[in-house]
Design a protein. Structure first.
Length: 179
């Protein structure tokens, strides 16, 4: 797989997403979600070990970015269940990311973090694979975006969130190689 290059960096909270994505995109997004941990792991092979826990300004370190992704897997599964169960609104997130900031991800080995991400993502993939065609058509309101999303929309949202952090990590690795 070739190196992923961001076109331009857009703050996550400034991103907008389309709604009502058709179910034929399910397999594409499922594959993106399933393969993300291995893509991330390949990128990390080029990361100097001392760079994994280094912060640049007020930005999270590489380890903290990975830890953040691990923590969000529970939220993603909760939101997929919210949609499946026909809840009017999806569960909300801590937009301050308190759990990420208060966790000690910089005290963990990156291999352990990747292993945890693989494990958590596997649970999400298994859940998605057990959804029916009818489940894919249901919608719930995304709390921050204030727009209805179906399962495929949320899969796209999660896949783009993965890429957002992949680009951030890629940028950090590049800037640290120049130090």
């Amino acid at each position: 797989m070739k190196e992923v290059k961001p076109k331009s960096f857009v703050r996550w909270f400034d991103r907008q997403f389309d709604s009502n994505t058709r179910s034929e995109y399910f397999d594409e997004f499922l594959q993106r979600l399933e393969h993300f941990p291995s893509v991330l792991n390949r990128l990390l092979k080029s990361c100097p070990i001392e760079a994994l826990t280094r912060k640049i300004g007020d930005k999270w370190s590489v380890n903290e970015n990975i830890g953040h992704l691990i923590l969000l897997e529970d939220l993603w599964r909760m939101r997929f269940r919210d949609i499946k169960e026909g809840k009017p609104d999806m569960s909300s997130a801590d937009l301050n990311n308190t759990a990420t900031d208060e966790s000690s991800f910089n005290n963990m080995l990156v291999e352990k973090l990747i292993k945890n991400l693989v494990s958590e993502r596997h649970k999400t993939i298994a859940m998605l694979q057990n959804l029916s065609e009818e489940d894919l058509l249901k919608t719930s309101m995304h709390p921050r975006l204030q727009q209805p999303m179906n399962i495929i929309d949320l899969m796209h949202f999660v896949a783009e969130h993965d890429l957002h952090h992949l680009y951030a990590i890629q940028s950090m690795i590049g800037s640290m190689k120049n130090l």
